[in-house]
Design a protein around this ligand. Structure first.
Ligand code: TXA
Ligand code: MG
Length: 352
């Protein structure tokens, strides 16, 4: 068990002494959890195999699930990737710093541990001053997966990190709630056309404006190669300790179906939770025990920002079962639906 410390840091003007202290921990081979614009990351020196090992151990993460390297400047790509094409330059100009991870050919000095033995490396420059200052002060690149126990929803608050990682991490930098709430878009540039391995806040539509056609993730792809590299493709993600059902379809059909299903559970004296849009929350009064709105179904940024926090909150509500409404897959909705489907796995109901 490590002695874990948590310190509050102003997300707009971080105290440089606190960041320097965190950087010293990284340089000494320790683990520091820090906020990014997407979710909290669990950072270690990404260029040393033994420190990277500590990340896998702390998270209980399978060794064949590669990590993203976080950089403080676009020039840092040249330290880890063998090739930077004009397309990469363009994507970096448009989307960095920001929630876009680029999968590029890896330089051989980058430990194989980071890429889980793949010949490629995922790289991203986060849009968060605390993260960027920490990387720069550490003088290295930070390998950083989401700072949750493997398989759990990603942390969007420092308290989520503390819940999962207390005693396993040296320091948690608490920079408040993360702005976007879902992890970065992972774009594989080794394929032609490029392929989205994980959708995120940089949307397929935005990428297609730059790249032309982009392959999007196929949820139940059985090709072994994609199973290894696609997040969630091999191991369960976003698992909760309560049965979780996702109900997809037209909003009115979804509402009716959740009302029906909730009625069945309640007739067996089971407590029912519903996670829904602001527009429909009134429809579940009287047929669910705990109702949480994620926000308007017309504002996916709000829905994404509150998604993981709300999922984690339901675990403390003592409900026996949780139903979630599905959303449109347009734009950021694609990322939100990807996470909801991963969480529900085989418990997806199509309402008609
Ligand atoms: O927003 C984010 O990306 C957050 C913050 C902390 O930066 N990080 C994050 O890391 O979500 P993680 O490890 O939880 O998810 C990264 C996913 C991995 O599951 C992996 O499948 C994929 O990115 N990935 C990383 N390197 C890859 C590579 N070389 N090829 C294919 N996929 C890769
Ligand atoms: Mg993760």
């Amino acid at each position: 068990m490590k002695a874990t410390e948590i310190v509050k840091v102003d997300p707009n003007s971080p105290d440089i002494d606190e960041i320097k202290r965190a950087a010293a921990i990284i340089k000494a081979g320790g683990l520091v959890a820090f906020p990014t614009e997407t979710v909290y990351g669990l950072g270690a020196d990404g260029l040393k195999a033994d420190t990277v090992d500590k990340i896998f151990l702390a998270k209980g993460r399978p060794q064949d699930n590669p990590l993203i390297l976080h950089v403080a400047s676009p020039d840092d790509i040249l330290r880890v990737a063998t090739e930077v094409s004009p397309i990469v330059d363009k994507l970096v100009q448009l989307f960095w710093p920001g929630p876009l991870t680029l999968v590029l050919p890896k330089q051989s000095h980058v430990p194989d541990k980071v890429s889980a033995g793949l010949p490629t490396i995922g790289v991203r420059m986060p849009d968060n001053i605390i993260a960027l200052t920490l990387i720069a002060e550490s003088g290295t690149l930070l390998a950083a997966p989401s700072a949750n126990l493997s398989g759990r929803p990603s942390p969007t608050l420092a308290s989520h990190v503390a819940d999962d990682m207390w005693g396993k991490v040296d320091l948690i930098l608490d920079g408040g709630p993360t702005r976007l709430g879902v992890e970065s878009t992972v774009l594989d540039l080794m394929e032609d056309p490029p392929r989205i391995l994980r959708p995120g806040s940089v949307t397929r539509e935005e990428l297609e404006d730059v790249l032309g056609h982009v392959e999007a993730q196929i949820l139940k792809d059985e090709r072994p190669f994609l199973r290894q590299v696609r997040p969630g493709g091999k191991y369960p993600h976003y698992t909760l300790d309560i049965p979780f059902f996702l109900v997809e379809g037209e909003p009115q059909a979804v509402i009716r179906r959740i009302q029906e299903e909730a009625g069945k559970y309640r007739s067996q004296a089971k407590k029912v939770g519903v996670m829904c849009s602001e527009e429909s929350k009134g429809q579940y009064l009287g047929c669910a025990d705990v109702i949480r709105s994620l926000g308007s179904r017309h504002d996916m940024t709000q829905i994404a920002a509150g998604l993981y926090r709300t999922l984690r909150d339901f675990e403390t509500c003592n409900v026996h079962v949780l139903f979630a409404e599905g959303f449109s897959e347009r734009g950021l909705g694609f990322a939100v639906m990807n996470r909801l489907r991963e969480a529900a796995r085989s418990r997806i109901i199509y309402a008609c």
